[in-house]
Design a protein around this ligand. Structure first.
Ligand SMILES: Cc1cc2nc3c(=O)[nH]c(=O)nc-3n(C[C@H](O)[C@H](O)[C@H](O)COP(=O)(O)OP(=O)(O)OC[C@H]3O[C@@H](n4cnc5c(N)ncnc54)[C@H](O)[C@@H]3O)c2cc1C
Length: 290
């Protein structure tokens, strides 16, 4: 394998927003699609699991030293912007943050992204998770996805070919979302003001003053996960320094020295309680890496 920038024994708690986790034996920081291809091929031949990390806002890492092929997307940040048929197109590599897309939407007063603007995400992580808020999903504004398969082949998918659903995409299994094209429309409305309102709304409802990993469970079709968790007595429930937030029962928060084993126990307790009370099997939204 050609030389790719990497670091050893990296503290994984620094690479996720809940700030819990052990060490990555090796963390690769590729700069090109070619380097990502090589890492995927290496993962296939070595049998080591490939795990890309964006902002780490929907992941939790276990303790100890993990041997996965970890890849951080922070050096994949190229952005291109063009106008065509009265639409704006933004081509962004995996590591481009939602904050950058938000800045473009504000600068050119473009609509379509405002509901998503407060989600802490990279475009790669968001497409994989089909991140969404207030009735909009990233799938709604996508035009194209450039994806690298586990065998290292670059494939281009038009949005219509991709079967997205609630917090689900076909990119969750293997491979790498390398680049996406987002399509936004010039607006008559004041986009900066609308985005500001969305950010204020999130601030009111989410425990943003603590390290958190966002929604722990997906909302089952019957009722929102937060409602089920609250009725099952999980709101504010704490083990060690990890708790389900008082502000939003579906958000786990780290109150200081949160440990992975406490977090896992909390998730399992919540699943059991909701299962016993409602006969509903909660589906995890956060990705646990062990
Ligand atoms: C305060 C807070 C609020 C949140 N609010 C929302 C919300 O309103 N709506 C919502 O949907 N989510 C929300 N989330 C969850 C999270 O922000 C989203 O899931 C986001 O899309 C994750 O992006 P990321 O770049 O951090 O991905 P990560 O958390 O780093 O990764 C998520 C998953 O995607 C994989 N991945 C990352 N990049 C790539 C890539 N390029 N190719 C292949 N796989 C990749 C990872 O391996 C992992 O399995 C919130 C989280 C927090 C902490």
């Amino acid at each position: 394998m050609s030389w790719i920038n990497f670091e050893e024994f990296v503290d994984l708690s620094k690479l996720c927003t809940i700030k819990i986790g052990g060490k990555a034996r090796k963390l690769f920081i590729p700069k090109t699609a070619e380097e990502v291809k090589n890492l995927l091929i290496e993962s296939l031949s070595s049998g080591k699991k490939f795990f890309p990390i964006g902002i780490g806002s929907n992941v939790v890492f276990s303790d100890g030293t993990l041997e996965h092929i970890f890849l951080l997307t922070r050096e994949l940040k190229k952005v291109k912007l063009w106008q065509e048929n009265n639409f704006f197109f933004i081509e962004a590599e995996a590591g481009v943050s939602f904050r950058t897309i938000r800045d473009i939407a504000v600068k050119y007063n473009l609509e379509g992204f405002e509901s998503l603007s407060g989600i802490p995400a990279t475009v790669g992580g968001a497409v994989v998770m089909n991140a969404g808020a207030y009735g909009t999903e990233i799938a709604d504004i996508l035009e194209k996805v450039y994806w690298i398969s586990q065998k290292g082949e670059l494939k281009v998918f038009n949005r219509k070919e991709i079967p997205f659903s609630y917090r689900k995409s076909p990119f969750q299994e293997e491979g790498f979302v390398y680049k996406v094209v987002i399509k936004l429309k010039p607006s008559e409305r004041d986009i900066k003001k609308i985005i500001k309102e969305h950010l204020e709304e999130r601030n009111k409802k989410q425990p943003l003053n603590y390290p958190t990993s966002g929604s722990t469970f997906k909302n089952p079709k019957e009722k929102p996960a937060g409602y089920l968790l609250e009725n099952a007595g999980m709101k504010g429930y704490r083990i060690g320094d990890v708790a389900f937030s008082e502000k939003h029962a579906n958000f786990l928060i780290n109150l200081g020295k949160g440990r992975f084993k406490d977090l896992k126990k909390l998730i399992e307790t919540a699943e059991k309680r909701v299962g016993d009370l409602y006969q509903i099997k909660l589906e995890r939204e956060i990705k646990i890496v062990e």
